[in-house]
Ligand binder design. Structure first.
Ligand code: F6P
Length: 552
């Protein structure tokens, strides 16, 4: 217990400070300080962060800064950037910053500079993506490639899928991309009915090349291709792999020449900057992919050098700790007012929750404070007509990130102003709310009176004081996107450091995997004799077995 940060003086001070701030209304803080926006907003790497609509004051920030100092945040950032084994349970570095180290300064892992290898793989990606895009890489029957099917899951799917969707405006006109992750028949099965094997390239993306879902999908895709083209040797023209496991890739039947390597010091959910980004490079071109890396690199430099309270990821991370551990909030909404970021909330769910969804510290001590929030969200205007009711009038405090593009890549008149006015209106309304008196005036002005007024009044009041950040950028270019993603990656690192958590392992996904492999044979047996799990699992297994028509 003694190792927990919650035993420190600064933690107690923050707790007391929270008690003082809990009843304070943000609208009063705005009324007291007409420069609140200027005082609580910051710009770096072409991203503007307005964090003025948060339940904090300058005192809060100073205390959070002291917390950052207490946990040695800046020293931890150095460890991250210099290849120390920050992933202590797997004895690994976590060097996603090396993948986008555009200044090419040396970064040593286990006594070796990793930059030459990083650059070699980037070069291989450049050559390959150019061949596909220029129509020079041809399928088995001599046709140019038109469909790119990425088969992977988790970090080998969510990052590249999100970025490819976000940068669709830049994509090659001949190419279509598909991302297959689920083992459900209706994912791969559906896509296979819509593509031509002669013009399809499968990218099998798996760091370990042991992931059940990916291997099953990859084998099925391979069998489908061989059946359609009638020759096993067609595989060489239609399958490439991205992995750290050369032997397993070879066993699967992909020539290592067609394998793009990465390394165990790249975490799955931090891997889109590596060869896992191959579908991005193919779809939008290597130059755009490199712009993405540049954006992330600039944010890395900012993170490594800016003082704590002028540092975007540090500010965002500390504010998140403030809400989770002192207000005990348990969820956080991410609301992009930029439809191209449609998949960003799903991507962040893995980044944040697989990294921080933990209840023990690096040393194995059980924490006595709330850690990772549940991350959820959807593009802004859609969410407004779905779940914003809960943000405005529910019983939870839900810190929210509004992510807003000032301009769109498309020029439909009026649309962008509609998006911007909605985004700003929502953060304003969440903060201000509408009190009883104003609500009453409003209803009276609408001609509502007497019993009807009394009955309607409580339903129409908005308590407000719901906190939010707003992140603004001009237009979602590859570079801006790179900076935005890196901002969230580093914000997670800041949270993990404050909580003493290792953000780079994911032991929590193991148990379910083990049980699934135990249940699989039971499901495939004809009789029910050997079913010996809990009665619910037994009952469900039996029900499935007696209600399905075919066992494949
Ligand atoms: O869900 C667990 C996990 O290990 C993720 O961390 C990872 O991104 C995903 O599975 C896929 O792993 P792989 O790339 O090894 O197939």
């Amino acid at each position: 217990m003694n190792n927990l940060i919650s035993q420190s003086h600064i933690w107690t001070t923050l707790k007391n400070h929270q008690k003082y701030l809990a009843p304070v209304q943000m609208q009063d803080l705005f009324a007291l300080n007409e420069h609140r926006y200027e005082d609580f907003s910051i710009e770096a790497c072409d991203l503007l962060l307005d964090y003025s609509k948060n339940r904090l004051t300058k005192d809060t920030l100073n205390l959070l800064r002291q917390l950052a100092i207490k946990v040695d945040l800046e020293a931890w950032v150095q460890k991250l950037f210099t290849g120390e084994l920050v992933n202590n349970t797997e004895h690994r570095a976590a060097l996603h910053v090396a993948l986008r180290n555009r200044s090419n300064t040396q970064i040593i892992v286990n006594g070796k500079n990793v930059m030459p290898e990083v650059n070699l793989v980037l070069e291989k990606m450049r050559k390959f993506s150019n061949l596909v895009r220029d129509g020079e890489w041809r399928g088995y029957t001599g046709k140019t490639i038109e469909n790119i099917v990425n088969i992977g899951i988790g970090g080998s799917d969510l990052g590249p899928a999100m970025v490819t969707r976000a940068l669709r405006i830049y994509q090659h006109p001949r190419l279509h991309s598909y991302f297959v992750s689920n083992v459900d028949n209706s994912h791969l099965g559906d896509i296979l009915t819509r593509i031509n094997p002669e013009t399809t390239l499968f990218i099998i993306a798996s760091k370990t090349f042991t992931t059940q879902e990916t291997l099953l999908n990859a084998h099925t895709a391979r069998d489908w291709l061989i059946e359609k083209l009638g020759d096993e040797s067609a595989v060489a023209k239609h399958f490439v792999a991205v992995s750290t496991a050369t032997e397993k890739v070879t066993e699967f039947g992909i020539d290592p020449v067609n394998m793009f390597e990465f390394w165990d010091w790249v975490g799955g959910r931090y891997s889109l900057w590596s060869a896992i980004g191959l579908p991005i490079a193919v779809m939008v071109g290597m130059e755009r992919f490199e712009e993405l890396l540049t954006g992330a690199h600039e944010l890395d430099q900012h993170f490594a050098t800016a003082p704590i309270l002028e540092n975007l990821p540090m500010l965002m991370g500390l504010i998140d700790v403030w809400y989770s551990s002192f207000f005990n909030t348990t969820s956080q909404a991410v609301l992009p007012y930029d439809y191209t970021l449609k998949l960003f909330p799903a991507y962040l769910q893995q980044l944040v929750m697989e990294s921080l969804g933990k209840r023990v510290t690096r040393n194995g001590d059980v924490v006595d404070y709330t850690t990772c929030p549940v991350i959820w969200g959807a593009p802004g205007n859609n969410g407004q007509h779905a779940f914003y009711q809960l943000l405005h009038q529910g019983t939870h405090v839900i810190p929210t990130d509004f992510i807003v593009a000032i301009e769109s890549h498309y020029n439909l008149s009026e649309h962008q102003d509609a998006v911007l006015s909605n985004a700003l209106a929502q953060s304003h309304a969440l903060m201000m709310g509408r009190n009883l008196e104003k609500t009453k005036q409003n209803l009276v002005s609408m001609g509502i009176k007497d019993n009807d007024l009394a009955q309607q009044l409580p339903h129409r009041v908005f308590l407000g004081n719901q906190p939010s950040n707003t992140i603004l950028y001009k237009k979602l270019t590859p570079k801006i996107l790179g900076s935005l993603i890196a901002l969230y990656e580093h914000k997670v690192f800041v949270q993990s450091t404050c909580w003493g958590i290792n953000p780079f392992d994911q032991w929590g996904v193991e148990l379910g995997k083990n049980v699934a492999s135990m249940l699989l044979p039971t499901l495939q047996e004809k009789n029910n004799d050997r079913i010996s799990h809990d009665s619910s699992t037994n009952g469900l297994l039996n029900y499935i077995k007696t209600h399905r028509d075919n066992i494949l």
